[in-house]
Design a protein around this ligand. Structure first.
Ligand code: NAD
Length: 505
């Protein structure tokens, strides 16, 4: 595919397939301003969950590549080529980067879909615009952030300023590869840091492409590097590196905990974690529109094949409407049947890889053996395509202590739990190691606010699911993580606060 000329967005599967056949699939790392294979020469296969085809060989980076990337990032940082640039100038470059992301939207969407299986309609209308928007919003904010003056005696001046931390390593997952990367790299770069991005081994392609677009936008060499590879090799090397100043992560709670240990074992680098979730979606009998609530509850578990950290995977329904509501959800799920990810009509795509599919199928079995009632889905489908597809699945009669209610499945498996009172709903909702997100549906303003206040979650949505934009911080309570992505709060992760005190003579 010609990288400099954006194409016309295809309108059908044949068009997307034609575009896919022209794609250049680059699997090398991006280091100090150019492509580079892993120093070991090792590669791994990038397999598409859409049809099982090998898309590319990808550089399997390790400790030596991490050393090279950190050295390049440190050199660029110390040179001031980016870190000392006026915020308005960094802003201009990042705005160009956002424009290039949009201009290459078809290509980026295709790479995302082929690599991790999400429907092309969502890759094109959700992932690409959200990536560009995160970059643009952050760029526009950076020259509007001021320091402070302390309340000093007359003969003294106390200046409180924010400085970039230095070398930032960003380790991200595969479910929204570009968006998760943009939530880290945009504020890290905007504040003047040098960045090393480690995409998931399950979805490395868009990160590598973004690096080349960043260069085209004017990001200096060494300031933005991408190291594809496994978590236990290059990921761990970055986490333990003595010259990485800040480690930002989105992924599972288990790996998040290991990263905290790595920081303690090395240089006490700052560690910011966005981890797992098991979010409660609480529907009261007086919800303003039960049909809408059911449609959003279906989307909350089926969108992105349920591979969403904020998936509404625990549906708490007031007993008086439980049977009716399950009927409405089953109806709503008819619009979420698995289909070919390159067909623009498809809403539910492929599961990222065989291991994740096996995990989902295993949990469906666990739900049945725990005594929950399977009321919808439950099966692998479209096996003849060579792709990895599973039906959106609903369990009724779930008890919050069952494993399907307490453990993150990361697939389209919904657990329905009944409740009678608001107090009971809150107690069930908060009975989780996670605290990422929650929703409450009611027409009663007192119930809405009382429940929202009582929920231990970083995001609470009232009478909808998954709202918010770049203006709202995003992150978790409890074992869902620390710190916040998005909004001006994101800058806290990427800056050190300095107090400079002057006593006048
Ligand atoms: P994961 O934790 O397995 O992997 C995430 C990243 O960490 C990958 O790049 C992986 O290679 C790397 N990694 C793995 N082991 C490592 C190690 N020992 N040292 C350093 N790096 C290592 O998670 P995943 O399967 O890619 O993604 C799914 C998880 O991500 C889910 O738990 C989901 O809830 C979470 N997630 C959270 C958010 C959020 O914002 N809170 C958003 C999206 C996904």
């Amino acid at each position: 595919m010609n990288h400099s000329k954006p194409s016309h967005t295809p309108t059908d599967q044949t068009g997307w397939q034609a575009l896919a056949s022209q794609l250049t699939l680059e699997g090398r790392a991006w280091l100090d301003g150019g492509y580079q294979g892993a120093s070991s020469g090792e590669t791994f296969a990038c397999i598409s969950p859409v049809d099982g085809r090998e898309l590319a060989r990808v550089a399997s980076c390790d400790q030596s590549d991490a050393d090279l990337a950190v050295a390049a990032a440190r050199k660029a940082f110390d040179s001031g080529v980016w870190s000392h640039l006026a915020p308005t100038k960094r802003k201009a470059v990042l705005l160009r980067f956002a424009d290039l992301i949009e201009a290459h939207g078809d290509e980026l969407a295709l790479l995302e879909t082929l690599d991790m299986g999400k429907p092309i309609r969502h890759a094109r209308t959700v992932d690409v615009p959200a990536t560009a928007r995160a970059t643009r919003w952050t760029a526009e904010a950076i020259d509007k952030v001021y320091g402070e003056l302390a309340a000093t005696p007359h003969d003294q001046i106390g200046m409180i300023s924010r400085e970039p931390i230095g070398v930032v390593a960003a380790i991200v997952p595969w479910n929204f590869p570009m968006i998760m990367a943009a939530w880290k790299i945009a504020p890290a770069l905007a504040t003047g840091n040098s960045v090393i991005l480690k995409p998931s081994e399950k979805s490395p392609l868009t990160a590598i492409r973004l690096a080349a677009l960043a260069k085209e936008a004017g990001i200096p060499d060494g300031v933005f590097n991408v190291l594809p590879g496994y978590g236990h090799t290059v990921g761990k090397a970055l986490a333990l590196h003595m010259d990485v100043d800040c480690l930002v992560f989105t992924g599972s709670t288990n790996v998040a905990k290991q990263l905290m240990i790595c920081a303690g074992q090395s240089n006490m680098k700052r560690v910011w974690l966005e981890a797992g979730g098991k979010s409660p979606n609480i529907v009261f009998a007086d919800a303003p529109d039960l049909k809408k609530a059911a449609a959003e509850a279906a989307s909350a578990i089926a969108f992105n094949q349920g591979e969403v950290c904020t998936a509404g995977s625990r549906l708490l329904v007031q007993e008086t409407i439980r049977t009716e509501f399950i009927g409405l959800i089953r109806e709503a799920l008819k619009t979420w049947r698995p289909g070919h990810p390159l067909d623009p009509a498809t809403t539910c795509g492929a599961i990222v890889d065989q291991a994740q599919l096996d995990r989902i199928i295993e949990y469906i079995g666990i739900g049945q053996s725990e005594g929950a009632t399977l009321v919808e889905g439950g099966k692998r489908v479209m096996e003849e395509t060579g792709g990895l597809f599973v039906q959106p699945t609903v369990f009724d009669g779930v008890n919050n202590r069952m494993r399907i209610a307490s453990e993150e499945i990361f697939g389209p498996v919904l657990s329905v739990i009944g409740f009678s009172t608001a107090e009971e709903a809150v107690a069930i909702a908060n009975d989780s190691i996670y605290g990422l997100a929650a929703a409450v549906w009611t027409s009663n303003i007192n119930t809405a606010h009382k429940v929202a206040k009582a929920l231990r979650a970083g995001s609470v949505w009232i009478n909808h699911y998954d709202g918010g934009d770049m203006t709202a911080p995003f992150g978790g309570f409890k074992q869902s993580g620390n710190g916040r992505d998005k909004s001006l709060h994101a800058f806290d992760k990427y800056t050190e606060v300095k107090a400079t005190w002057l006593v006048l003579e």
